[in-house]
Design a protein around this ligand. Structure first.
Ligand code: DHE
Length: 515
């Protein structure tokens, strides 16, 4: 950990990393916070803690969070080790301004490393297994990635990753390249056919996630620090760095998440501190927006379309912390911490409905399927042991299915009658997966193969025959279940396997997984 923190400090062009190192609050910060939030407060496993990034959190709420913890972000409570006045000092410290780090196009470009230039590696898979049924397993325990053969259910390759990858890796449409985003801003491009890391770039300092365009030509990277949305080409050269400001140019904002809306040839981004959603087209036919025009769309053939790699803004009534696309990608179902869910029509350019989501889902963790002739969406919630099932025609809640505790992930497959959900936020039932019958909307089974150990994040094989779950321990495993009989068939050792991603299910945008 110290090595990583030092690397970040040494790498950043910041004049004063420790402006007040001798202060009692600074010492408290180093003892209790720096390991996760970075010695410089620029974020590491946890988010950056700077006044610019805390604008939606009151000081009282911040102090309560230090005291009580934040289970949904894996943050423990400190109320039993810190006195109230120490919590007060620490809170003040977090709201003390320090110079914001510079990480613009120049720094991004300078950080780029190419290990294998485009065109220098063979253009076909260098192994005999099905390249479409590979799993990419992100192992957080020792920051590695394993490539798993989904037919034989055996690892074929393992390599070190950047520190703390978060979110799903993203694929080019042919399934050849996969891109990883780390919480400290690195984007890594890996060639799955040659099993080689080909290029890396640091697109931000504290990053949320990345999206790859449906044509495989661009990446968009959502940053918490600096407040930027970065567009890269597929070889990781910076193309545009958008400083994210509201339409009046007065407030900047963190970017919560960015996703690809391939039928619209656009990226859609949720902003954390500004009540707007942004859409940026990567359609080569999209109009350029004249320099200086920030507010930003053109009208063509009856529709407002976004400008080429420039944002079109839709004003919202509430913040959007994350969202989920409808099947046609015309609408997004969004969530806001502390607020209600909202449905936003991307062409109507306004909220069209609210959603009844009792405990805020982990962003993008829902799935859809057809039930009694209509499309429904189901998602677990981070604060309550309940799966919300929502009718996507009228946005009403059809059912709330009880689980033994709050969960992060829900997954299924077109060929499976079951949807699987974890309860990893529950102290007593973090070891249990709940299997829901997609026809009856009833609980079909509860599985606890390793009592007391966290079991979470499911992903199916390409054909939907097997469901792979993560035994989320440092000496953990991928537990493979037969998706019909629900019996365990295999255990593959893994170091805290945070998530796993099947190439085919991802590139075909299976309704049972995230995209
Ligand atoms: Fe995640 C995906 C946000 C905490 C593991 N998480 C995502 C995505 C977002 C998000 C926006 C979608 C990105 C994508 O795939 O493009 N996560 C958040 C949070 O706001 C939250 C609650 C607090 C935070 O620390 O940021 C949070 N997430 C966690 C964890 O504590 C988890 C369990 C462990 C970890 O590694 O941090 C975690 N998040 C994951 C995983 C995915 C993810 C495994 C990808 C799921 C998938 O199947 O696509």
């Amino acid at each position: 950990m110290a090595r990583v923190a030092c690397f970040i400090l040494c790498a950043l062009p910041v004049t004063q990393a420790f402006p007040d190192a001798a202060q009692p609050a600074a010492k408290l910060y180093r003892s209790y916070c720096a390991e996760c939030h970075g010695a410089d407060r620029f974020g590491l496993m946890g988010p950056a803690l700077l006044p610019e990034n805390l604008s939606r959190l009151s000081r009282n709420a911040a102090a309560a969070m230090i005291r009580d913890g934040r289970p949904t972000a894996q943050m423990p409570p400190f109320g039993d080790v810190l006195e109230p006045e120490e919590i007060g000092q620490l809170t003040d410290y977090l709201y003390t301004a320090i110079p914001m780090p510079q990480w613009g196009e120049k720094e991004i470009r300078a950080s780029r490393t190419v290990h294998h230039a485009p065109g220098t590696l063979p253009d076909e898979p260098q192994f005999s297994t099905d390249p479409m049924n590979l799993f990419i397993v992100v192992e957080g325990g020792d920051h590695h990635v394993t490539i798993l053969d989904g037919d034989k259910l055996e690892p074929i390759h393992r390599f070190p990753s950047r520190f703390a990858l978060h979110g799903g890796p993203k694929f080019t449409p042919d399934g050849r390249y996969v891109f990883f985003a780390s919480r400290d801003g690195w984007i890594s491009k890996f060639d799955l056919w040659n099993l080689k890391l080909v290029a890396e770039v640091r697109a931000g300092i504290n990053t949320r996630n990345a999206a790859v365009s449906g044509d495989g030509k661009y990446l968009a990277v959502a940053n918490y620090l600096p407040h930027t949305l970065v567009i890269l080409d597929a070889d990781l050269n910076p193309v545009k760095v958008h400083i994210v400001r509201d339409k009046d140019g007065r407030h900047t904002s963190r970017v919560s998440a960015v996703y690809d809306a391939f039928p619209r040839s656009s990226f859609v981004a949720a902003l954390k501190d500004v009540k707007e959603v942004w859409e940026l087209s990567y359609d080569p036919q999209a109009p350029e927006i004249p320099t200086g025009m920030t507010h930003d769309f053109r009208y063509r053939e009856g529709a407002f379309i976004p400008g080429f790699l420039n944002p079109r803004r839709t004003d919202l009534n509430d913040y959007l912390d994350d969202f989920f696309f409808t099947q046609d990608y015309d609408q997004i179902m969004g969530t806001s911490q502390g607020g209600k869910g909202q449905v936003v029509h991307l062409d109507g350019r306004r909220s069209v409905a609210t959603l009844d989501l009792p405990g805020m889902p982990h962003l993008g963790s829902g799935i859809t399927w057809t039930w009694q002739g209509r499309r429904i969406m189901a998602t677990p919630n981070l604060k309550e042991g309940v799966v919300s099932v929502i009718d996507m025609q009228n946005w009403k809640t059809i059912k709330q299915i009880g689980t033994p505790g709050p969960g992060f992930f829900m997954r299924s497959h077109e060929n499976s009658r079951y949807a699987w959900v974890d309860s990893m936020m529950s102290r007593e039932h973090k070891d249990t997966l709940t299997v829901i019958d997609k026809e009856t909307l009833e609980v079909a089974a509860r599985l606890t193969p390793v009592p007391g150990k966290t079991l979470t994040h499911i992903e199916f094989t390409r054909d939907g025959k097997y469901a792979l779950a993560s035994l989320w321990e440092d000496d953990g495993a991928i537990i493979v279940f037969d998706a019909s009989t629900l019996k365990e068939v295999k255990r593959i050792p893994a170091k805290k396997p945070v998530g796993k991603y099947n190439v085919w299910n991802k590139i075909t945008r299976s309704e049972g997984t995230s995209h």
